[in-house]
Design a protein around this ligand. Structure first.
Ligand code: PMP
Length: 338
């Protein structure tokens, strides 16, 4: 028995989403990425980015992995780094959930919180992490790499080689559509490309949250952001290297008002406690099911677990502060007297 934590990354099950399937007449299946050791879809990118750097001889034991991340990639990289004897330095925008920052500190990442500013600002977290990696590389002889998840296609390759192959096998090749939101684009582009190698008829769909600019890019040819979203880890404003050469067959803009009730229903009715991006994905899967018609099988990603956002998504005060509806059960008092 010589399995390590790294062998527990991937091979996640597909879960049938009951209500979404019943309301559309399709089979809507969610890939349970929250079951990865770092509890999100980003463990796959962490593993493939680090393995790629090793194969290129860029890093030796004790070396540093530097990354700018909304949290989950930092967690994935840190799980993999610890298992292989590397250290991580993680740059995170201060707007991200406290739970993700706590998890990063707990796992032993060195955490640098920076103000959340747009990508074009030189102090944006991605750019800070790139400069920091260059500086640290000059100061260590063990190697320091910038994971660079947005423009490092080892991220997308991980999904071509694992996520897509697993979905193909798990559905016996009977998958008709794949839907996901985009942070880096690795999950959507990689999984869709890998599935289309098996069957070019499989449809891909982007579920874009408010505040992202990809919806307008794929529908009108212009990067224009509109609206806002409380979801974390998704919502891209540019064509990353992971998105290059990929165009979704369908593109949907999903408001939080459509996605969050799905997340809240799943906790109460199906025992699935998910983060906000999973709600955007499932809403996208429902839209694709309506466009394709009944009888199809559609797969999406259950990106991470809801406890990662307990202080925001599952907090009535936070929801009210964002003028979002609070589900009645969230504030209900216990009814059973003992
Ligand atoms: N959901 C969550 C919660 C994430 O953290 C991320 C990655 N930032 C995504 C979805 C999107 O994945 P990708 O980077 O592969 O586009």
């Amino acid at each position: 028995m010589d399995r390590t934590v790294l062998d527990c990354i991937g091979e996640t099950p597909l879960i049938r989403l009951k209500k979404a399937s019943e309301m559309t007449g399709c089979e809507i299946l969610g890939k349970a990425e929250f079951l990865n050791p770092g509890q999100s879809v980003k463990d796959r990118a962490g593993l493939f980015i680090i393995r790629d750097a090793e194969e290129k001889g860029l890093i030796q034991p004790g070396g540093l992995i530097v990354e700018g991340t909304a949290g989950n990639t930092g967690i994935g990289l840190t799980v993999v780094a610890k298992a292989l004897g590397y250290r991580t330095v993680i740059v995170i925008p201060d707007t991200q959930s406290q739970e993700k920052k706590d998890a990063l500190r707990l796992l032993g990442a060195e955490l640098l919180e920076v103000p959340a500013v747009p990508y074009k600002n030189p102090n944006n977290y991605v750019k800070v992490s790139g400069r920091l990696a260059e500086k640290l590389a000059r100061e260590t002889n063990k190697g320091a790499i910038w994971a660079n998840q947005f423009d490092n296609i080892a991220n997308r390759d991980g999904h071509i080689r694992t996520t897509a192959q697993e979905i193909w096998r798990q559905t016996d090749g009977k998958v008709d559509g794949f839907v996901a939101a985009v942070g880096t684009g690795g999950t959507l582009a990689g999984t869709a490309m890998g599935l289309k190698e098996h069957n070019p008829q499989i449809k891909s769909a982007l579920a874009d949250p408010g505040g992202a600019a990809l919806y307008s890019y794929y529908t009108e040819g212009e990067l224009k952001s509109e609206g806002t979203s409380i979801t974390e880890g998704i919502g891209q404003g540019r064509i990353t290297a992971n998105l290059e050469g990929f165009t979704p067959d369908f593109t949907y803009r999903i408001p939080d008002e459509e996605a969050l009730p799905i997340v809240f229903d799943l906790v109460q009715e199906e025992g699935l406690c998910l983060g906000g991006s999973s709600g955007i994905n499932i809403a996208g899967a429902i839209r694709l099911a309506k466009d394709l018609g009944p009888g199809h099988t559609i797969v999406t990603i259950l990106c991470d677990y809801g406890t990662r956002y307990q202080s925001k998504l599952f907090n009535p005060d936070f929801l009210r502060s964002k003028e979002l509806p609070v589900p009645e059960w969230m504030e209900r008092q216990p009814e059973i007297d003992i």
